[in-house]
Design a binder for this molecule. Structure first.
Ligand SMILES: CC(C)(COP(=O)(O)OP(=O)(O)OC[C@H]1O[C@@H](n2cnc3c(N)ncnc32)[C@H](O)[C@@H]1OP(=O)(O)O)[C@@H](O)C(=O)NCCC(=O)NCCS
Length: 315
């Protein structure tokens, strides 16, 4: 039941938010706050990459001793809809249940006032969480109270690398700077939606590429936004369903295993079976909460990205 909603709750302090904007020099303090509040916290480098990237800067507000919220507005898609995202909302456990979460969420909604929708997490390309973990009950209660709706379910899957000793490693190699221009052309032609994540992996030397006589067959990116996460993975569209994705994935997993990793986590999985093939199991489930602030436009409600993600095929 998606309807029109006003951005500010009656319970919230009205007018300008009291939460000051935080710059990148506060990232260590934000990491410490996350450390206190999350069981698997993002580290300072991950926060820097996801909240303070030059090409996708977030608005980060609050007090790292108490609580912080980060938002981003994205203009994407032919419909011109502006989509708002809450990338992070966290309150120090010692200060929880004192109204800080409410106040920060209201500040976020004020910062996102021009958006048609507000989604919690799942803010590709530089996301920390693909939604709200089913384990985060307080966050779900807070969002329910503010009339967010459950829009989608996302999964992470874990792959135990230790038993995988027979994987072929010749299906892909680590990409280098020399691959940059043809990689850009490949991403522009086939997987534009994942271009930023893939180029970030190239910059970090954590991108695996498969090749044939016609060029790049597919890619597998690792450690893009969070260390230990695998994805995105995709193949050239003409190779879908022909095993090219499995070859690239197997080679990436073989390489990671060879370099001392014991587990990887496939992030924001769309198609499960290619990963289940190598023993992956669902390890975390996220609900994508969303609130619509304006009526959907006739040109579509921005489904292009979801379609792109859900069209992923790696085997
Ligand atoms: C979710 C979180 C930000 C809430 O912060 P908070 O300052 O404790 O929240 P508030 O005191 O403003 O509470 C607002 C509402 O949230 C809900 N809520 C918060 N904690 C709750 C809990 N433990 N159980 C049930 N509802 C809860 C209630 O509806 C509450 O309203 P009420 O106090 O009038 O009943 C905080 O629990 C937190 O930092 N959790 C860990 C981080 C996290 O999960 N972030 C999500 C990733 S982006």
């Amino acid at each position: 039941m998606e309807g029109t909603a006003t951005a500010v709750s009656h319970e919230a302090p009205l007018g300008r938010t009291p939460h000051p904007v935080l710059e990148a020099d506060r990232v260590d303090e934000i990491a410490d706050l996350c450390d206190r509040a999350f069981s698997e916290p993002p580290g300072a480098e991950e926060l820097l990459g996801c909240l303070f990237a030059d090409d996708e800067p977030a608005c980060v507000r609050g007090d790292p001793q108490v609580g912080v919220v980060a938002t981003a507005l994205q203009d994407r898609g032919p419909d011109g809809e502006r989509r708002g995202f809450v990338k992070l909302l966290v309150v120090d456990p010692a200060h929880q249940r004192n109204g800080h979460g409410r106040s920060l969420l209201v500040a976020a909604e004020q910062d996102l006032a021009g958006a048609s929708t507000i989604t919690i997490g799942a803010d590709a390309p530089y996301y920390l969480f693909p939604g709200v973990s089913v384990a985060w009950t307080p966050m779900q209660c807070l969002l329910e109270r503010y009339h967010y709706e459950r829009a989608e379910v996302n999964f992470d899957m874990a792959i135990d690398l230790d038993p995988l000793d027979g994987l072929r490693s010749d299906g892909a190699r680590l990409a280098t700077e020399a691959d940059r221009s043809r990689l850009v052309a490949f991403m522009d032609a086939h997987w534009c939606f994942w271009k930023k994540e893939v180029m970030k992996a190239l910059d970090r030397s954590t991108l695996f590429l498969g090749e044939d006589d016609e060029g790049i067959t597919g890619f597998c990116a690792v450690d893009v936004n969070r260390y230990g996460l695998l994805g995105p993975v995709a193949v050239r569209p003409d190779l879908m369903g022909k095993g090219a994705g499995a070859r690239v994935l197997d080679a990436a997993l073989a390489h990671l295993r060879q370099h001392g990793r014991h587990e990887v986590r496939v992030s924001w999985v769309s198609v499960m079976s290619p990963y289940a093939r190598v023993g992956a199991t669902i390890i975390e489930t996220y609900i994508m909460y969303r609130k619509r602030l304006t009526a959907p436009s006739l040109a579509g409600s921005g489904g292009a990205e979801a379609i792109a993600r859900n069209s992923e095929r790696i085997a």
